[in-house]
Design a protein around this ligand. Structure first.
Ligand code: ADP
Length: 167
């Protein structure tokens, strides 16, 4: 029996995309027919790259993955899922703090929009990586080259060099 293609979204702020996110994308796409990396805007987080810049970076990084796409959105995540006809939301889990938060989010999204969430566990080597930490370490001059893909690292360095330095 032929099944309807399963389209999933992988929503996040991806500011910037890290090796942890890429790992989730690489393993997650095997579970679906199509995966859309959905770049959202989080008003509570400080922004380093604009959504368009994040989309461009991600597009480069997924160029070798024909079933992975990237789009930005500025509505509710469940509304974006509905618009693109996605049945499932993919999320990554790093630790128990993520579980607690993601559990609540997944329940809410299922209740309000009937969308299911599929979780994928982080790889051991990326379990501690998050974008906020990458931004903070980079802003304070630390080396984040092992946490993010090389083109993202280059873009990050250029962005920081062009920023006025804080006293
Ligand atoms: P972050 O939490 O790094 O700021 P996002 O808000 O963009 O990133 O997160 C999008 C999704 O990616 C979330 O489900 C988050 O749990 C997941 N994720 C982020 N980093 C990792 C990682 N290192 N391993 C597994 N999942 C991750």
């Amino acid at each position: 029996m032929k099944h309807k293609p399963i389209r999933a979204i992988f929503p996040g702020s991806f500011d910037p995309i890290t090796n942890g996110h890429l790992d989730v994308i690489g393993r997650g796409v095997k579970l679906f027919d199509e995966l859309i990396v959905a770049v959202g805007q989080n008003p509570l987080k400080d922004v380093l790259f604009t959504p368009d810049e994040r989309v461009d970076m991600i597009r480069q990084l997924i160029a070798d993955k024909p079933r992975v796409f990237v789009q930005s959105y500025d509505c509710l995540t469940v509304e974006f899922a509905r618009r693109v006809g996605a049945d499932v939301m993919l999320r990554g889990l790093r630790n128990l703090t993520d579980v607690q938060y993601e559990f609540q989010l997944a329940m809410t999204n299922r209740t309000v929009a009937g969308i299911e969430t599929v979780f994928i566990m982080t790889s051991e080597e990326y379990g501690y990586v998050n974008s906020t930490m990458v931004r903070e370490i980079a802003l304070l001059g630390g080396d984040v080259s092992r946490l993010i893909p090389t083109p993202v690292y280059d873009a990050l360095r250029r962005r920081l060099e062009s920023r006025p330095s804080t006293p």
